[in-house]
Design a protein around this ligand. Structure first.
Ligand SMILES: NC(=O)c1ccc[n+]([C@@H]2O[C@H](COP(=O)([O-])OP(=O)(O)OC[C@H]3O[C@@H](n4cnc5c(N)ncnc54)[C@H](O)[C@@H]3O)[C@@H](O)[C@H]2O)c1
Length: 354
């Protein structure tokens, strides 16, 4: 818990300026005992960042391919090998510039290298800024299952440079917005209103509103993590919308909606289910619908077949053990967990084949 506190207290917002934002954090030019890790897509889309990487001495900047497929044991060992080759010692540091894939992967490598060296994150996607870089969960995918191998190991520091969001592709940005909506519903009513009111500024990625979104989301996540670092209780509320979303992704294929969009789809189902079990809140559901319409999230998309969807849900149950409890809400910041019957699920989830 104390570790999580340390993490939250050391989050910085660097100045927003293309000229200095990449050089400022490393103006000391100190590469000694440090390994930098990033991915090729960020470098190819972001010229100032690519220039920054090019100045890092040989062997100290490992550039991996991009995408979820990279989150595997091979990449993990590429990072560990690079650290060995550089003779990083235990007081050494790994520095990840990237989205959630890179921060999860580098966090895991840092937690294993010589039983744990320091790690610093520069999250470069909205999702990584508000979610993946905060809270200390690291991991790789294994045997086709997400995050099957991992540790709890918070970064020493998370440095958020909003400049990175300038080059983030639109679908990745929307994915982060989906998680921001989830976070607002869980713990910040004012953020929910800001997202409703400021949708134009959000769409235009204006710095002021981005700063507000990121700092508020980080604070909400920090609250949950501080109370329940190892997810024995209320940290599981952060999975609001996710049980439905994971099953949707399993049957529709990853990529038919981005992860954040699937989460918004899942939240819509969660609100409907809460209503069907007599714990809904009509005004709240209407406000959510307004938000969804403003941002154009697709919540009506049907799953191909209902049986397949239930099968995917049961995989989630196997993974977590015991009964499948859905995170649900009966109002803003009023979150609870409950099982759902097959009849309720049938009424909640639109399917092409029932
Ligand atoms: N540890 C946690 O608590 C936690 C929480 C949520 C998600 N995650 C993990 O995060 C991962 C998803 O993270 P993500 O959505 O950031 O995806 P990602 O890391 O795959 O990044 C998305 C894409 O955007 C590109 N990109 C990143 N930053 C860019 C930039 N500034 N400009 C241009 N392109 C850029 C990347 O190369 C990649 O192609 C998943 O593996 C998930 O399991 C972890």
């Amino acid at each position: 818990m104390i570790v999580a506190m340390t993490l939250i207290d050391t989050i910085h917002f660097t100045d927003y300026s293309t000229e200095i934002s990449f050089s400022e954090p490393y103006c000391e030019n100190n590469y000694e005992n440090r390994l930098f890790v990033t991915d090729s897509r960020i470098r190819s889309l972001n010229r100032p960042f690519d220039d920054f990487c090019s100045r890092i001495p040989d062997g100290r900047c490992l550039t991996l391919p991009s995408g979820e497929e990279v989150k595997n044991a091979d990449s993990l060992f590429r990072i560990l090998d690079a650290a060995f080759n550089l003779k990083l010692d235990r007081s050494g540091e790994m520095i990840a510039f990237g989205g959630g894939v890179l921060t999860d992967l580098t966090g895991l490598a840092a937690s294993l290298f010589k039983r744990g060296c320091s790690v610093v994150f520069y999250p470069t996607t909205l999702l990584a800024m508000i979610d993946a870089s905060v809270g200390g969960k690291t991991g790789i995918d294994y045997r086709g299952l997400k995050n099957m191998i991992g540790t709890f190991y918070p970064a020493r520091e998370v440095r958020i440079d909003l400049n990175f969001l300038k080059t983030l592709p639109e679908n990745e940005y929307r994915s982060g917005l989906g998680e921001a909506i989830k976070t607002a519903m869980l713990g910040d009513r004012e953020l929910f209103d800001i997202l409703l009111r400021e949708s134009d500024a959000v769409a235009a990625r204006e710095e002021g509103v981005l700063r507000e979104i990121v700092s508020r989301c980080v604070k909400v996540k920090a609250r949950f993590v501080r109370e329940d670092f190892r997810e024995k209780g209320i940290r599981a509320y952060l999975n609001w919308g996710h049980t439905f979303a994971h099953a949707f992704e399993a049957v529709c294929g990853l990529g038919s909606l981005t992860h954040g969009e699937a989460v918004v789809w899942g939240i819509d189902k969660g609100l409907k289910a809460a209503d069907l079990i007599g714990r809904g809140n009509a005004a709240y559901a209407e406000a959510f619908e307004e938000l969804v319409n403003k941002y154009g999230f697709a919540v009506e998309t049907p799953v191909p077949d209902f049986e397949g969807f239930c099968e995917a849900l049961s995989q989630d149950k196997k993974k977590n053990g015991g009964d499948l409890l859905f995170v649900l809400q009966s109002g803003p910041c009023e979150t609870f967990r409950a099982p759902l019957s097959i009849e309720i699920l049938r009424k909640t989830v639109p399917a092409l084949h029932v």
